[in-house]
Ligand binder design. Structure first.
Ligand code: TRP
Length: 341
């Protein structure tokens, strides 16, 4: 069976962008058709200035939201990255396969490091090596497919390169993964700035809809979305990015086609109103289930504990094999009696 791996980083509250761009597809398709693992990648949250209590809180929240959105622990594995040592173990080996030039070419690193320097801050070394840890996340599980938003495609490409290189140098060890992009709404843009992604890292923003926003907050944010000058409703990403974003969100929520939907509107106001209601309806069950789960923290903890155990059992043999392949001596307790080998 196809193995799927993906992760969410607990650096901010999850957004409509995370939901429509990735999570919904994990729930509706990936967990049913594959052997899927979904990971709250908390180690990745330490690559930028962070507050320990906040990372803990957001990690717990991200895990409950994954379940609230419909990931079913009977169908897939949901766990927290730092609960499984294999990620960090493998990351170091892959640092010995990757080059510094490769890291410095990563677009996300260049952008984030530049932003940090403008603010006069320092750039953590882990921000540079982050894509290697991400590659370790993927390769440790022998994932065939990695469903992510298109901004992560370059990182998955790197994971492929490292897998191929490791296999060539040290013998076949890793499955070479490929990225899979969601069919609709791969990219939900910021409602106030349709040129940039609706990310979760910039903390609060009137252009970002969070999964846990109250319905009235969602309505207000959508009604205030920037639209383009002109009054005719057409779907044109290049010329009318604000409008296109609304149409694409509406299409993703209702299952329609953005261009076809555009034809049904003669005013921006009506489009915004319908989009707001569609978003409220899509988020309603997620918010409700999240509220229930908050009342039962023991359940979420249990899911994460069982998930980490399952994940460990999958990753351990592959990471051990990589240790041997690259030339590290097996510790005595790992030595399997000659007869069994
Ligand atoms: N880098 C991803 C993001 O920012 C999160 C991530 C970390 C991830 N490790 C992963 C995604 C492994 C897929 C697979 O969204």
């Amino acid at each position: 069976m196809t193995r799927v791996f993906s992760g969410v980083k607990p650096t901010g509250h999850l957004t409509l962008g995370n939901y429509l761009g990735a999570l919904r597809q994990w729930v509706a398709e990936d967990q049913h058709r594959s052997d899927a693992l979904f990971c709250v990648v908390d180690l990745h949250a330490l690559t930028v200035d962070h507050d320990p209590a906040r990372v803990r809180r957001l990690s717990r929240q991200a895990a409950s939201l994954l379940l609230a959105a419909g990931l079913d622990p009977e169908l897939c594995t949901v766990f927290v990255q730092s609960h499984v040592d294999e990620h960090a173990r493998l990351s170091y080996l892959l640092e010995c396969v990757a080059t510094d030039g490769e890291m410095r070419r990563m677009i996300q690193y260049k952008e984030k490091a530049a932003r940090e320097r403008v603010r006069g801050g320092s750039v953590r070394l882990s921000l540079l090596t982050y894509p290697v840890l991400m590659a370790a996340d993927i390769l440790a599980y022998g994932a065939d497919e990695v469903p992510v938003g298109d901004d992560q495609a370059q990182h998955v490409e790197l994971a492929r390169d490292l897998a191929v290189r490791f296999n060539q140098r040290y013998g076949h060890t890793f499955v070479v993964p490929r990225v899979t992009l969601p069919k609709v709404a791969a990219r939900v843009m910021n409602l106030q700035d349709p040129a940039s992604k609706m990310g979760k890292s910039e903390d609060v923003g009137p252009g970002i809809v969070y999964l846990l926003d109250e319905p009235d907050v969602v309505r207000r944010k959508v009604m205030r979305a920037v639209t383009d000058s002109g009054s005719e409703v057409v779907h044109d990403r290049a010329a009318r990015p604000g409008l296109a974003n609304l149409l694409e969100i509406l299409a993703a929520c209702t299952g329609g086609d953005p261009a076809a939907l555009a034809a049904g509107y003669s005013s921006y106001g009506a489009l915004k109103k319908d989009t707001a209601e569609a978003v409220v309806e899509v988020l309603r069950p997620v918010r409700e289930r999240h509220r229930e789960l908050c009342g039962d923290p023991g359940y979420v903890e249990g899911v994460l504990r069982a998930g980490a155990e399952k994940a460990r059992a999958v990753a351990r043999p592959t990471v051990d094999a990589a240790y041997r392949a690259i030339g590290l001596l097996a510790p005595e307790e790992d030595v399997v009696p000659e007869a069994v080998r």
